[in-house]
Design a protein around this ligand. Sequence first.
Ligand SMILES: Nc1ncnc2c1ncn2[C@@H]1O[C@H](COP(=O)(O)OP(=O)(O)OP(=O)(O)O)[C@@H](O)[C@H]1O
Length: 317
Amino acid sequence: MRDLKAAPQRGLLIVNPKASTGSRRRTRWVVKKLDAVLDLTVEKTGDRGHGEELARRGADAGYDVVLSLGGDGTVNEVVNGLVAGGRPAAEAPLFAPIPAGSTNVFARALGLPWDRRRASMAIVAALEERRTRTVSLGRLQGDDLDRLFTFCAGLGWDASIIKKVESYRKKRNLGAHYARAVMAELNEHGVEGDSIQVSLSTGEVVESTGMVVVQNCAPWTYLGALPVNLNARASFNAGLDVLILRKLGLSDAARTAASLLVGRDGPDGKHAVTHHDLSRIRLRASLPQAFQLDGDYLGERTELELSSVPKALRVAC
Ligand SMILES: Nc1ncnc2c1ncn2[C@@H]1O[C@H](COP(=O)(O)OP(=O)(O)OP(=O)(O)O)[C@@H](O)[C@H]1O
């Protein structure tokens, strides 16, 4: 093991001061821990998109390690900045996400604890022991859009629900907000969604009425400590997994929702089909549909293409 104190790696910590579980005191604690093992620079994000710009500049400046302190939105921005323009993983800084959002799916999918102190200690140990892993990312393209995602993207129902949850603003008690948004969505639009044609890289074409979720890893999300699995086989070492909801009745919707919460492998069968390890998925909807990327609602689209980018990002873990 190299003595990091003698030759410290250059580290850039990108902090979202508005992240839902962040605070100045907690940030100071994290900075102190990292400062002991890295030649550390700290930058705060000032607005949406700033994390991506800071990360891109950090990669251009040759930082060895870039860390984020924020939620999955900040992780998404920083990752997009690090490997912007197709920068290969070997030429980009090592990345480490320190959780400060409400859910922190990417960090937890990597095996890091939700608690930021414990996660920081685990990252410091990984840096000291030079433990790294190279993971896949997803890429989403459409019209004026070309973005990477770390854990999931979706078109239709789940994205409409995310839009509603975001509009409720308060991030506490996310489970209750989610349930409220599901009920509001059912009230407004019922369970019958618009048709989405899903073309898979295997050559198969599947029709969905209302919801397609693509995963780069498992789980899809967490409700508190509970992982919610749509595609339990999704993995950073494989291509993309997809869940396609087909025709739903109200009782099917309830059954599907329940199987998401209690099932180990997620729903499958007559009303939902899943496919594993795909290189590409094309989506074409009959009407503009809400879409989400790493849990952030990003607008509406009728056509999207998603592809897997293998071994796209080096992470410390
Ligand atoms: N200074 C800032 N002011 C307002 N928004 C910001 C600022 N810095 C970053 N953001 C934006 O805040 C969004 C959400 O941030 P982030 O995901 O880090 O936290 P979060 O919303 O608490 O996380 P989660 O959604 O997991 O609860 C990001 O998309 C980012 O662009």
